[in-house]
Design a protein around this ligand. Sequence first.
Ligand SMILES: [Fe+2]
Ligand SMILES: [Fe+2]
Length: 305
Amino acid sequence: MQYYKKRKSNREVIRLAKKKANGEKKPKVLILIKIFQSLLPSLPYYPSNRNKMTVTFQQLYNARCDKSGNPHYWKPQPISATPFAFDGDFGIRESLEKILASSDYLEIDVREYTGEVWRKLQGEVSPTCKKLLQRNVHDETVHSDAIKLCCAAYPVSEKVRQEAQNISERWRSACGHPIQKAYLLEVSVFLACSLPLLLRTGGHSLTWVTTQISRDEQVHVALNKYLSVKLCGAEIPEELRQLRRDTVAWLTDGLDIAQWRINQKWFLDRSDEMVSQGASRKLTGFTSASRYAPPFEDENSKLGY
Ligand SMILES: [Fe+2]
Ligand SMILES: [Fe+2]
């Protein structure tokens, strides 16, 4: 699949810039500036080029196979509860509980949405695309198993579990194509809110699980966005748009980390960005600070021996 037009080669860009600049009879300095400006968009580190790439379904599939070409799935393991990575509360504990509770339902829901699409797709997409979708469905089973192990280590109250179930039922009963629901949940709730919060504040055990899930979800979003646009067009139903904001608002209700200026509105804005642009520079900054200290980097007093 090709997201963007093929870039001109640097030599071609220089030739066109020279031709244009010479035609306008500008001073040499201006010509050089013109050439430099023309080259900027072709540089790999130019900001707007960071997301530009051409990737095929086969490449996405191959990237997640072992050396013999067979699909490789990571295996969730029982985890022990480790301290959260923050001092104080700021509503983070409540948000993490809601994230685990909701993920316990929503990972299964996303598996069912994508599974339904996989079963119904016939000649609309290539066999490789369908194979990749099938693989993604299996990923969701792995995610669900991993979240269940997290919930065993970090108990979730019955009240929060009930609220999470209500959210799940609202998604199930909402209008819209299953692939739109899967795509929106992954890009605007999981990648924009749940996973970054777990990654940044969850501590050692949750960070490890979250890292594995995040890698998979990025591939899922790439495929599901493509399928969503192909099967339903670019327009997302208003009910689903409102529902993803309600979900993020519920997850982050009461969250207020004043020292980082992170609160409910911040996550709603990031969710909007992820839907409209597919990326968020502020979110990247938030998660890139999540490197947790392994035991040998902790103070001796924390090592427990
Ligand atoms: Fe997932
Ligand atoms: Fe997914």
